[in-house]
Design a protein around this ligand. Structure first.
Ligand code: ZN
Length: 476
């Protein structure tokens, strides 16, 4: 004691869950869903090696589902403790968790209707009601202040610059002065608009750091040049630009760039639609919390078109253009699908695996005047990846759709630090951690980061296996 067990994100990028056990407390840091390949998703159905009823508290780094999406299941299994997170994370959880529950129920229902599940009947992993009960257990706290989360454990949330409300968390055990146990969460990027730089890492006795892009460097920022090029090219051809976007996080950055390019007259004024109810709600949260975002953005919002009465309204103009419209009703969305006039449509889901963007793609793909622009990671096996790989037709809603539209992608909007940025963040430490655990990465990326840390910093590291437990006594 204390000990740490890796219940997810060990040699993979999803399912983040770390169980910390001390003499007096049992706390879970992050409680994420496994996503992607089937053998990973099946882990969501395996019982946790710890009784949910015996967990004292959960500490959450941010609101992406691979970090928070298992919470409703934990609650359904009897977890009644508090879930500590920042305000931004809490507000985004209120948007994403009930939606995830609804999707789980719809998937189970459709599996039963069409009989394609080997489980009879197919059940949801959790329900919308489980998600709503989970929200009652959220305990929202501010950045940069130590708060007790369980007996002998204090947590401090520090801005990680990866998503609104995102944080890395320092847990100090029994007031020890070892630098504590720092859970890096997902690390954001430096010198980007919308989100702030990751805050410096002051000290860490034991550190967990992500390695998603441990083997890569993102292409340098081109100051919106490629987005401008794609918009101009599409509008000149009289086409529509469809941008599949993750509902929370990416949509705001896309809207920021469209606004800025329009303001700098680098693209023409055309109608811009945000067609995703979840993204619209997330955008409001971003607008209300500008203080936690990049300082440039506060400046941008002051120059907005609709400098408004309300602070939130004021903030919203950081994420809008002259002819901007939020599409809420599904009828409005259907009308928009039918329109042929040049326009930009931002809609989810980001990897074109579901959601309203599918209706837009089905209508837009057969026309060579249109463009589909991907702005996020496209996982293997998704429709987004197939389009990027140049397939001549894709199946949407059971129908084969020919692909004649231009397919484009830009990777400079990634929300994860690359290898150089991770190193920059680690380099802020005055004294190395006694142990650094590499997590949240595919083996190749993790091995590459491991070699870089060894060569550049000479720190001891461990690459934990799924469900492996470590005694932390020697390090804290
Ligand atoms: Zn994340």
């Amino acid at each position: 004691m204390p000990s740490l067990t890796f219940l997810g994100a060990a040699r993979t990028v999803t399912g983040s869950k770390y169980l910390l056990e001390t003499a007096s407390a049992r706390v879970l840091v992050d409680c994420g869903l496994f996503q992607g390949f089937k053998e990973l998703r099946e882990r969501n159905w395996q019982p946790l090696p710890v009784d949910a009823k015996t967990i004292d508290a959960v500490v959450l780094t941010h609101a992406h589902l691979d970090h928070c999406g298992y919470l409703p299941r934990l609650v359904a299994e009897g977890f009644t403790g508090r879930i500590f997170c920042t305000q931004g994370t809490g507000h985004l959880c209120r948007i994403v968790l009930p939606d995830a529950g609804r999707l789980q129920e719809e998937d189970a229902e459709s599996a039963n209707r069409h009989g394609y599940s080997r489980h009879k009947p197919a059940l949801p992993l959790f329900t919308e009601e489980d998600a709503n009960r989970t929200l009652l257990q959220l305990q929202l706290i501010g950045y940069d202040r130590a708060v007790p989360v369980a007996e002998g454990l204090e947590a401090t949330f520090v801005n990680a610059g990866h998503l609104l409300g995102s944080s890395f968390v320092r847990l100090s055990i029994d007031g020890g002065n070892s630098g504590g146990l720092v859970f890096g969460g997902d690390l954001g990027r430096y010198d980007r608009p919308v989100l702030p730089d990751p805050a410096p890492l002051a000290e860490a006795g034991v550190l967990l750091v992500e390695s998603t892009y441990g083997d890569r460097e993102h292409s340098p920022s081109d100051d919106g040049e490629s987005v401008a090029g794609i918009v101009n090219d599409t509008i000149r051809r009289g086409g529509k630009l469809i941008i599949p976007s993750f509902a929370i996080g990416r949509a705001e950055e896309v809207l920021y760039w469209l606004r800025r390019l329009e303001e700098e007259r680098r693209i023409p004024v055309v109608p811009v639609y945000l067609d995703s109810p979840m993204a619209a709600k997330a955008r409001e949260q971003y607008a209300m919390r500008l203080d936690e975002l990049d300082p440039d953005l506060r400046e941008a919002s002051k120059k907005g078109h609709a400098v408004g009465r309300l602070r939130a309204e004021h903030g919203l103009c950081a994420f809008c253009t002259s002819r901007f419209e939020v599409v809420t009703s599904s009828q409005h969305s259907r009308e928009l699908v039918g329109k042929k006039a040049p326009a930009i449509i931002v809609s989810s889901s980001g990897m074109a695996t579901g959601g309203r963007v599918l209706n837009h793609l089905r209508a837009a793909l057969p026309d060579e005047r249109n463009t589909v622009l991907f702005v996020g990671y496209q996982a293997a096996g998704t429709r987004g990846r197939r389009l990027l790989d140049g397939e001549a037709e894709v199946k949407i809603h059971g129908e084969l759709v020919p692909v004649r539209a231009r397919i484009a992608s830009i990777d400079s909007m990634s929300a994860h630090a690359d290898a150089a940025e991770i190193l920059r963040w680690l380099g802020g430490l005055a004294r190395p951690p006694a142990m650094t655990f590499l997590v949240h990465g595919e083996p190749r990326a993790m091995d590459a980061l491991d070699r870089t840390i060894a060569a550049r910093l000479g720190w001891p590291t461990i690459k934990p296996e799924h469900q492996q437990t470590f005694d932390l006594t020697p390090y804290l």
